[in-house]
Ligand binder design. Structure first.
Ligand code: URA
Ligand code: SF4
Length: 203
């Protein structure tokens, strides 16, 4: 039998960092593969790196990241134990919405990350990830809900950037992430019966 090298998150990241597959490669400073645990039960997927992310090569480290961190903390979901990435791994010029060809070129990286992590639930952050995974629709009508498609569970919420200067959006995001936390714990009931919810519950 021919041995094929197993895929890994590190391999995906290395390929992303040198990726020439769409026009965003020409304007990025650093590609942003994503970060987190292989054992993560939850994967958060945003739209695309912004300026700070492009500078640092890490996801959600700017203003939107600050909001996400705050809301994760309030929901009791440790950022260190989830996986966070974006639909496209390189920053679009002036933070414009990623174009269809860019999303398509980048999709295999996201698919490989999902296949490796096999998250119990994928938390969709906003419109671009909603379109990419589920074809899109009304976020207002469907946020805060678990959606199942092809054996994968998704949870839809608003993009943290939408909550930066908007208190009501911030409350919605907070409520949604608390609901997501309960959803994850529900999934633990069988495998971890009776145990108190603890940090490990999110691994
Ligand atoms: N917005 C996103 O969608 N992703 C990031 O990583 C940062 C901001
Ligand atoms: Fe490659 Fe994705 Fe970056 Fe385009 S956005 S260059 S497909 S890593």
């Amino acid at each position: 039998m021919v041995e094929t090298a197993a895929d890994s998150l590190e391999k995906v990241a290395a390929e992303v960092m040198g990726c020439p597959l769409c026009k965003l490669a020409r304007t990025r400073k650093n590609a942003v593969p994503g970060e987190g645990q292989l054992a993560a039960r939850v994967m958060f997927v945003g739209e695309a790196p912004g300026r700070s992310e492009d500078e640092k090569g890490r996801p959600f480290v700017g203003a939107a990241g600050k909001i996400l961190d705050q809301m994760l903390e309030r929901a009791g979901i440790p950022r260190s134990q989830v996986f966070i990435t974006n639909v496209v791994k390189c920053r679009p010029p002036n933070n414009r919405v990623p174009e269809e060809d860019e999303v398509a070129a980048c999709r295999p990286y996201l698919e490989r990350q999902v296949a490796l992590i096999r998250p119990r639930i994928i938390c969709i952050l906003g419109r671009t990830a909603y379109s990419s995974f589920l074809g899109g629709g009304s976020i207002t009508a469907n946020r805060g809900k678990v959606i199942e498609k092809a054996g994968q569970k998704y949870f839809l919420t608003i993009h943290p950037a939408a909550a930066i200067y908007n208190r009501s959006m911030l409350s919605l995001l907070e409520a949604d992430l608390k609901k997501l936390a309960r959803e994850i714990q529900k999934g633990d009931a069988g495998s971890n019966a009776g145990a108190d919810s603890s940090l490990e519950d999110f691994m």
